[in-house]
Design a protein around this ligand. Structure first.
Ligand code: ADP
Ligand code: MG
Length: 336
């Protein structure tokens, strides 16, 4: 069997099934944004780790070292946000190719420090090796959460509203500007910055975690087409997504018009937005969105509804079924 037939998520399911021993009470293993372990009576320990590989996740020549440091920590903090937790400490492992400038590494560490200081995260360890190939960056983050308030991917139920905490597609547009070497006007620079320095939605995650009506949550890393499928698998549900309701920034709309891009496709399949995707019980959906807007001064945007499992993930536009040309990101599947 080829890896491309299995896909990234098929591969994870394949080896996860071989480690299905009974976990101790209060422990959650493979399958969510963080693992959860028992800690104290009123605190659980969250653990998450993410790897960034040169030429897969970033092009070293195309991202400032300081931004890459910021992003490497940011994508991990985003997984803590997705559980409704608070980040505490980080461990950084690097595989460094020969010939990297020390000044480059200094700037990279400064980027990590920028975000670590802002979120009161301490760097407590890691590992450093030489890499014969690409630069490899792995960060693991520990966090804390209240036991009853942790949000999993598995709690969504038919009828729940589907919401996102920020605009979708900006990061994908930024990446496209980099790859297509578009001249950097003010809009282009802002979109590239959204791609290079994603803000983990920690305050939003903590706020949503405090609401009983929020039934499931995760962060948007691969695009909602892929990420929502993860919630649907874990919750054994389907979903209807209204493409007319996607929150698209003015920046994205202008760039899409200028370059002839399909803004909805970028928003649904592009990924790396690192905002949060949440399901909210039907009876509390409108009130939760209104309270979020009062708290943050921006909307919690409803993009669809959780449906019964047999429905799968369906898209609608103008009230009619709509098809997507591409799917969300998977490391091992061919594009298309
Ligand atoms: P995220 O995008 O939130 O970081 P992923 O989609 O990368 O999550 O991973 C999904 C789940 O699979 C997570 O629980 C993650 O810990 C687990 N996972 C991914 N790769 C591995 C691996 N090599 N070994 C064990 N668990 C893994
Ligand atoms: Mg995640």
């Amino acid at each position: 069997m080829k890896l491309s037939d299995l896909g990234e998520f098929g591969l994870i399911a394949r080896f996860a099934s071989r480690f299905l021993e009974r976990l101790p009470a209060g422990t959650t293993g493979i399958g969510d944004d963080c693992a959860v372990l028992p800690w104290t009576k009123d605190r659980r320990l969250l653990v998450t780790t993410d790897m960034l590989v040169e030429d897969v996740h970033f092009l070293r020549a195309a991202i400032p070292a300081r931004d890459l440091g910021y992003k490497s920590l940011g994508v991990n903090l985003s997984d803590i946000a997705a559980m409704g937790g608070r980040p505490l400490s980080a461990f950084l492992s690097l595989g460094i190719p020969g010939g990297i400038d020390v000044g480059w590494l200094d700037a990279f560490f400064r980027g990590i420090r920028d975000l670590a200081a802002a979120e009161s995260v301490s760097l407590l360890g890691g590992d450093t090796t030489k890499s014969p190939g690409p630069l490899v960056i792995n960060i693991a983050v520990l966090g804390a959460a209240r036991p009853g308030k942790i949000k999993f991917r598995s709690g969504a139920r038919p009828g729940d509203g589907i919401f996102v905490t920020g605009s979708l597609g900006d990061s994908a547009a930024g990446l496209r500007i980099v790859l297509e070497k578009r001249p950097r006007g003010r809009d282009e620079a802002a979109l590239v910055r959204r791609h290079n320095r994603p803000r983990p939605h920690l305050p939003e995650g903590a706020w949503l975690a405090g609401r009983k009506a929020v039934t499931a949550m995760m962060d948007v890393s691969d695009g909602i087409d892929s990420d929502l499928r993860r919630i649907l698998e874990r919750s054994v549900c389907g979903a209807a997504v209204n493409l007319d309701a996607l929150p698209l920034s003015a920046l994205l709309r202008r760039a899409a018009r200028k370059y002839g891009w399909d803004e909805r496709e970028l928003a649904v399949t592009g990924g790396e937005d690192y905002c949060l995707l949440a399901a909210v019980r039907r009876d509390a959906a409108a009130e939760t969105a209104a309270a979020f807007e009062r708290a943050f001064g921006r909307p919690l945007v409803r993009i669809g509804t959780i449906m019964a499992a047999g429905d799968g993930l369906r898209y609608f536009a103008g009230g009619r079924p709509a098809a997507l040309r591409r799917r969300g990101f998977d490391h091992f599947r061919p594009k298309g």
